[in-house]
Design a protein around this ligand. Structure first.
Ligand code: FNR
Length: 360
């Protein structure tokens, strides 16, 4: 039996296995950014078919200003908290553990909801409309929004929050030199570019607990015009700083070089997340392009590790049980990944009949 099916402790919870639902934006939420009561509780709960599985809920707006896409969820209103509570209750009833990913769009905000598009800086190597460089007051306000959303996440019954530091959204825009051209304490040196991400982790951890706080990073992703020439100095600094300042974080989550956002990418021979994993002693999640076989091999060769699945978890709500029992996976259909508010491609994927009696 692979380490993938050995227990591991994450954020005070004991998981029965190391297969994780990766955060997946699906645009199935109501127009007021509350999870839909008829769709979301069932969608998440069925992915907790094996008790003791960790789910990371989709990227969630920390405030109106930090969102900008239609039909993403939020965690800034009482209605959203109540709607999320139905999701976390349904997952907990199955014995699942659920974190939520908190994001801020920054420069990729399409501007259709809030008129002000903010980013680390105005001068950027990217094809986006020129955003406004955030003032120090803006930075403090965004950090407060993350803290308020994290507190709301706990009120909504989540077991913890993952700060979205990946894929070219605001936190990543500060981290990487391709987007951060600031000349103040938040730009320039490695330490300065890391400051915003580390301050958010500090403040969220102080508000809800270090063991309920996590961060996701993607040094290799080219999605949304990202990727530094040499990510190692920056990302190794972030991990080794967290190892010193927050060794009890729930986990650190890294995206593998073979994916960019939600698509495959060809990794260069010298690109690996192992150099970052080596700097961190707590629970570690790797995501991106895993198969059942490669996930088992990864868990067996990387101490204290878990493996997140994204695309494969969409048509296989029973993915954890399928991997455990060696059953084939249903292929995914990209056409329905992002269909706003649709039940199609979201609910209705059947559990494998071979699992009946043992798992459902
Ligand atoms: C994603 N991904 C993603 N990542 C993230 O950090 N927050 C998010 O909300 C989303 N949303 C999202 C939606 C969809 C439909 C896809 C396909 C992907 C990336 C995802 O978490 C994961 O890292 C990638 O899909 C790579 O893993 P797989 O699919 O190869 O297992």
């Amino acid at each position: 039996m692979s380490a993938l099916f050995e227990p591991i402790s994450v954020g005070g919870a004991t998981l029965s296995n190391r297969v994780v639902l990766a955060p997946l934006t699906r645009f199935r939420n109501d127009d007021d950014h509350a999870p839909n009561a008829d769709l979301a509780p069932e969608y998440y709960a069925e992915r907790a078919i094996v008790p003791g599985t960790l789910l990371i809920a989709e990227a969630t707006d920390s405030s109106v200003a930090l969102g900008g896409y239609a039909n993403t969820p939020g965690l800034y209103s009482a209605g959203q908290v109540a709607a999320w509570k139905k999701v976390t209750d349904a997952v907990h009833a199955k014995g699942g553990v659920i974190f939520v990913q908190l994001w801020a769009l920054g420069r990729v905000n399409p501007g259709n909801i809030v008129s002000r598009v903010i980013s680390a800086s105005t001068v950027q190597e990217n094809p986006y409309p020129v955003p406004e460089e955030m003032s120090l007051d803006d930075i403090a306000a965004v950090e407060s929004d993350f803290v308020a959303a994290a507190k709301n996440a706990i009120a909504a019954g989540f077991d913890g929050v993952e700060v979205h530091g990946a894929h070219g959204y605001l936190v990543d825009q500060f981290i990487q030199d391709v987007s951060n051209k600031r000349t103040d304490a938040y730009g320039g040196s490695v330490e300065n570019r890391a400051r915003f991400a580390l301050e958010i982790v500090d403040k969220v951890a102080a508000a809800i607990g270090e063991d309920k706080t996590a961060i996701r990073l993607s040094p290799f992703s080219q999605f949304q015009s990202m990727k530094m020439d040499d990510p190692f100095p920056t990302f190794s600094y972030i991990v080794s700083t967290l190892e010193k300042t927050h060794p009890k974080l729930a986990y650190i989550h890294f995206v593998e070089p073979r994916v960019s956002g939600g698509s495959d990418r060809t990794a260069a021979a010298n690109e690996t997340t192992d150099v970052y994993h080596a700097l961190w002693s707590g629970p570690w999640i790797a995501a991106g392009g895993f198969t059942p076989e490669s996930a088992k091999a990864y868990a067996d060769s990387h101490p204290n590790s878990l493996v997140a699945f994204g695309r494969a978890f969409i048509p296989n709500p029973d993915l954890v049980a399928r991997i455990k029992e060696g059953l084939p996976l249903v292929p995914y259909d990209r056409d329905t990944f992002y269909t706003a508010k649709a039940k199609e491609g979201y609910l209705g994927y059947a559990f494998a009949p071979e699992l009946k009696g043992k798992y459902y």
